[in-house]
Design a protein around this ligand. Structure first.
Ligand code: FMN
Length: 200
């Protein structure tokens, strides 16, 4: 299996990237391939019509990302809570990525908060941003609260840290099963994005 990971913070050395990197290491340990897309420094410009191509700027920036996503079987979407919401860079990604990259692929949502947040971006992602790209958010999810006190090196710092690491392993096992199951859906011949390019 190949897993794409999105680190949704545009900050340098973000906690989201720390979490995404931890998850990537765990996925790799299971002998899977990975592709990490880190939104630090906003590598993807804001959506414009050139994305429909042909457009040199978009081919250069989005082309390589698109190829990596197309060859992935599942996505881990690590999203910080900013102002009680999904950051603009993640929204932008979900509007640029189409069913070609993400359609009918399972995604594990992982939200990150330095305090007790993390629920708002989960509900926002589950409500909007999947209609046209047809990404499938699995029911299992991870909310990493007090992120500064978790996932720091090999030593567990507290009970929450221990629980979250175990829960992360469980969530990845569930995601793996969805990745296998949804491959069958994508290869079934039923999916018709020519007739129905956009969701209702
Ligand atoms: C612009 C901005 C807004 C934020 N708003 C919230 C918020 O509404 N709720 C929350 O729990 N944390 C908020 N935080 C703190 C983040 O939870 C914290 O930065 C955490 O480390 C995840 O973001 P990161 O991946 O960029 O590090 C905010 C951080 C920034 C930079």
């Amino acid at each position: 299996m190949k897993y794409a990971l999105l680190s949704g913070s545009s900050r340098h050395q973000s906690q989201s990237f720390k979490i995404a990197s931890y998850i990537e290491t765990e996925i790799k340990a299971g002998k899977n391939q990975t592709y990490m897309l880190n939104l630090a420094d906003n590598p993807i410009p804001l959506w414009d019509e050139g994305v429909f191509g042909p457009d040199e700027k978009w081919q250069k920036i989005w082309g390589p990302i698109s190829s990596e996503l197309k060859s992935s079987d599942a996505l881990v979407l690590v999203c910080p809570e900013w102002h009680g919401a999904v950051p603009a860079a993640v929204r932008n990604f979900l509007q640029i990525a189409t069913h070609q990259e993400l359609g009918h692929k399972p995604a594990l949502i992982v939200t990150v908060s330095s305090s007790l947040g993390g629920a708002y971006p989960i509900s926002e992602l589950r409500m909007a941003g999947y209609k046209n790209n047809r990404i499938c958010y699995i029911p299992e999810q991870l909310i990493i609260r007090n992120v500064g006190k978790t996932f720091n090196g090999p030593t567990m710092e507290n009970d929450d840290d221990a629980y979250l690491r175990t829960r992360c392993t469980y969530a990845l096992k569930v995601l793996d099963q969805y990745a296998k199951a949804l491959k069958v859906v994508r290869e079934s011949g039923v999916i018709d994005h020519k007739a129905y390019p956009n969701g209702m």
